[in-house]
Design a protein around this ligand. Structure first.
Ligand code: NDP
Length: 288
């Protein structure tokens, strides 16, 4: 049996279509959603991510305000920029592309972003709301993973979900979202004793580790839904996930490819949060 491939590009395109309609409605009310994107230094991967976020903003009609700052920027100057963006009514979302160059305190910078504009959802307010099951900005990558499951009719309720990785930006929030949808959730990490045994219990297996193809085919339960968040570059220059896709697809029921799975969804959900923020600023809600 070969798995159904979860097409993240298609799900992301559907999400963008819905958002475009919302943006039209907002513009008719005189509101243009605005996203400030702060890039510090010359990290090539960061530059690439920022460029694709700005491109998607342009396609959707979200106003993208780019702030390309030199690596020599001081902590105080960066904090001042965040304060200015917090106060700017044109800006509904603030994104600081991570990692920041050495010498800058990322945590202090991220925590300075107003909770009302924290469209990455990494700040304490957003993460607290996630745990409290209150509405708020959900981190984009895990939110995208949930939307892919939903789009393919995979209901986590009552299922055993295993999340490999416990970072603040992916693993932990994804586990919370699966729990919110009534899955029984196991979180694995570098100290987990028998990773294979844990993975084999998963009806929904999510990998967010950052190690090329570390989830081998024999770690996947027959029929499981596999969500691969990892982005890794092989020595040959190929982009692969944390899951050995070719082997895993022979056992899984559903599987996301890399590229073309979690990646496109992450950007779509950033746009979602920006539109959500613009709607909230006008006292409106977003209901999808
Ligand atoms: P982090 O490095 O912050 O976290 C990695 C996690 O993997 C840690 O919790 C770590 O455990 C765990 N881990 C490491 N080695 C093992 C192991 N041998 N067995 C089990 N668990 C292990 O990574 P991120 O969460 O930031 O990112 C994970 C991956 O997702 C990366 O490839 C990244 O590029 C990708 N990513 C993709 C995005 C997208 O848009 N598609 C967005 C964000 C990330 P411990 O806590 O014990 O150290």
């Amino acid at each position: 049996m070969s798995a159904v491939i979860i097409d993240g590009k298609k799900v992301a395109a559907e999400m963008r279509e819905k958002l475009a309609k919302e943006i039209e409605g907002l513009k008719a009310k005189g509101i243009t959603p605005g996203l400030a994107v702060v890039l510090v230094g010359e990290n090539p991967a960061s530059k690439k991510y920022v460029a694709s976020k700005e491109k998607t903003c342009g396609e959707l009609g979200i106003k993208s305000l780019g702030y390309k700052m030199p690596e020599t920027i001081s902590q105080a100057e960066l904090i001042k920029l965040i304060d200015d963006l917090n106060a700017n009514p044109e800006v509904h979302g603030i994104l600081v592309q991570l990692p920041l160059p050495k010498g800058l305190d990322s945590k202090a910078v991220m925590n300075r972003i107003s909770p009302a504009k924290d469209v990455d959802g990494f700040g304490p307010d957003a993460l607290g709301k996630l745990v409290l099951d209150e509405p708020g900005f959900v981190p984009c990558t895990p939110h995208g993973a949930m939307k892919m499951l939903e789009s393919y009719g995979i209901d986590p309720a009552g299922k055993h979900a295993v999340v490999v990785g416990r970072s603040i930006i992916v693993g932990k929030p994804l586990a919370m979202l699966l729990l919110r949808k009534n899955a029984t959730v196991t979180i694995c990490h570098s100290r987990t004793r028998d990773l294979k045994a844990e993975c084999l219990r998963a009806d929904i297996l999510c990998a967010a580790v950052g190690k090329a193809r570390m989830i081998t085919g024999d770690m996947v339960k027959e029929g499981a839904a596999v969500i691969d968040i990892g982005i890794n570059v092989t020595p040959e220059g190929k982009i692969v996930g944390d899951v050995d896709f070719d082997a895993a697809k022979e056992r899984a029921g559903h599987i996301t490819p890399v590229p073309g799975g979690a990646g496109p969804m992450t950007i779509a959900m950033l746009m979602y949060n920006t539109v959500l923020s613009a709607k909230m600023s006008a006292g409106l809600a977003l209901d999808f």
